[in-house]
Design a protein around this ligand. Structure first.
Ligand code: SF4
Length: 504
């Protein structure tokens, strides 16, 4: 209860008081059926009554625990919230106003298909009309999204489900809320009684668990896991002294990484496998991904079947930061042409106000990519990628990411993000460039690699089996691959098999 109280009261209001005191829109409604009236949870109604409100202000919603206000007539202006005082244009219970009012002009709404919960801006609000794209509002959106994805926010939602309203044409969506969407779809019930939800508040536990060994694979980063949290629901359990991470997507449960810890006993694999098996009722979905060769002990091989997962390209950073010799002639040529054609370019660190232009660039890139490759696999990559890119941009500080953008005449033409996997390996998770400015990718990658002087190796992710991407990654002369395997089944694996080790 205390957590819900501090969560609600910590939500800052973006609109300055001076705007609200002059505004003639808020807290008034054209008729008593207005669906955009605020809703109260029973807890918030209790606070309002203790602060001088009347119990008669609230009507119990027939189909929910949420409470609606009994609107009062205010002559030609229509109706007003019972807490609103026309004289002075003020809320009489302002310090305990409900979350719905604290969020405004942001609103929680279902998408038109009613499958997702979105955070949106109400463009009727004069402040949004004037400042909706200001850097301060973009930063606030990122903070608010994080707050609304906290466990306390999900608990609150259960006490006031009607705060999520239907979509209106004047709403401008700023993104989906993964946790609330999962709740809407009934996915927040743990798939197994031994599992606990893994949210942003458990980030330090996750990071500590990832740090026991020196890894090369991108999945061993908070960004590589929580970056997907808008699409995947994560759970965890402590089993036989190991931290075990579970991922739930499309009704199935799998482990994106093996049990983690200073020294993981084979019994941790057994306990985790039992949870997978029971959660999936024995189906083939059960698997443990991201197992690095060093973890493939004979005891693990005795327990599971395995197959290779997608390998990731590893490069010597010094090679990429210098691009010396014949083997890098084409990359140097592309960079030289770019610098000749666009001499006013600027490469600089990513800032919060770059989120909107970078997402616009992603959309442009996605449209062109779809035109070039209309297949359903490519479509799914592009769609899922948008969630990943958006999450990395919005949570770049929390996820320890470094971002860089490339501007030409003040317009962003490329961006990239990465984070360390270990003290030796830095992973570049993504890079997007405007194809109308050839050479952007090459220059962006060069500038990024120059900046990362502390890391001997660069992981540039895999190629998703796409031939063009494979050629581009090979052209940078990898010195090795970060290999992982996927464990499945319960039969012993072929004991003679030996895995190729990554250069690290
Ligand atoms: S509770 Fe206060 S802020 Fe919310 S609608 Fe009523 S008067 Fe306005």
């Amino acid at each position: 209860m205390q957590e819900i109280r501090s969560f609600i009261q910590d939500v800052p209001q973006i609109v300055p008081e001076s705007w609200c005191l002059k505004c003639k829109i808020c807290c008034r409604f054209p008729d008593t059926k207005e669906v955009q009236t605020p809703t109260w949870s029973p807890l918030e109604a209790d606070w309002a009554v203790k602060a001088g409100g009347q119990p008669s202000w609230f009507e119990k919603s027939p189909d929910s625990v949420s409470l609606n206000p009994t609107l009062h007539s205010c002559g030609e202006s229509g109706y007003r919230c019972p807490a609103f005082q026309m004289e002075g244009n003020i809320c009489s219970i302002y310090s305990v106003r409900p979350l719905d009012c604290r969020l405004y002009p942001f609103v929680l709404t279902r998408n038109p298909g009613k499958t997702e919960v979105l955070l949106a801006m109400d463009t009727k609000c004069p402040y949004i009309q004037a400042h909706g794209m200001d850097p301060e509002v973009v930063r606030y959106t990122a903070t608010l999204t994080r707050t609304l994805e906290s466990p306390a926010a999900l608990d609150y939602l259960r006490t006031n489900p009607k705060i999520i309203g239907d979509f209106w044409p004047e709403f401008l969506s700023v993104g989906a809320l993964g946790g609330m969407t999962a709740d809407l779809q009934g996915q927040n019930t743990a798939p197994h009684p031994a599992l606990q939800p893994l949210g942003w508040s458990q980030r330090s536990l996750l990071e500590e668990s990832l740090s026991f060994l020196k890894h090369t694979y991108s999945g061993y980063t908070a960004a590589g896991i929580l970056g997907w949290s808008d699409l995947i629901r994560y759970w965890w359990a402590s089993l036989e002294g190991a931290f075990c991470l579970f991922a739930q997507q499309g009704g199935g449960v799998f482990m994106p990484l093996p049990p983690l810890g200073r020294s993981v006993r084979p019994e941790a694999f057994d306990a985790a496998w039992k949870i997978l098996f029971e959660s999936n009722q024995g189906s083939e979905v059960s698997r443990i991904e991201g197992v690095e060769p060093a973890m493939m002990t004979q005891e693990v091989l005795n327990r599971f079947r395995w197959r290779e997962g997608e390998a990731e390209y590893l490069y010597r950073r010094e090679d990429l930061a210098a691009l010396r010799g014949d083997r890098y002639r084409s990359q140097r040529g592309a960079i030289n042409r770019f610098q000749r054609w666009f001499p006013s370019f600027r490469s600089r660190p990513f800032q919060d106000q770059d989120i909107v232009p970078c997402l616009q660039l992603y959309t442009l890139w996605a449209i062109r990519r779809q035109q070039a490759d209309p297949g359903s696999f490519s479509k799914a990559l592009v769609r899922d990628g948008l969630f990943f890119h958006r999450r990395l941009m919005m949570s770049h500080r929390e996820l320890g990411l470094t971002g860089r953008v490339l501007e030409v005449e003040g317009q962003i033409r490329g961006y990239t993000f990465g984070a360390p996997v270990s003290s030796d390996v830095f992973c570049v998770f993504l890079e997007i460039a405007d194809r109308s400015f050839p050479g952007t990718n090459q220059l962006l990658f060069l500038e990024f690699c120059k900046e990362l002087g502390d890391y001997p190796l660069i992981n540039a992710m895999g190629d998703s089996g796409l031939p063009g991407l494979r050629r581009a990654k090979q052209a940078y002369r990898p010195v090795g691959m970060a290999r992982v395997v996927e464990l499945a089944g319960v039969e012993p694996a072929a004991s003679a098999v030996r895995l190729q080790r990554s250069p690290n």
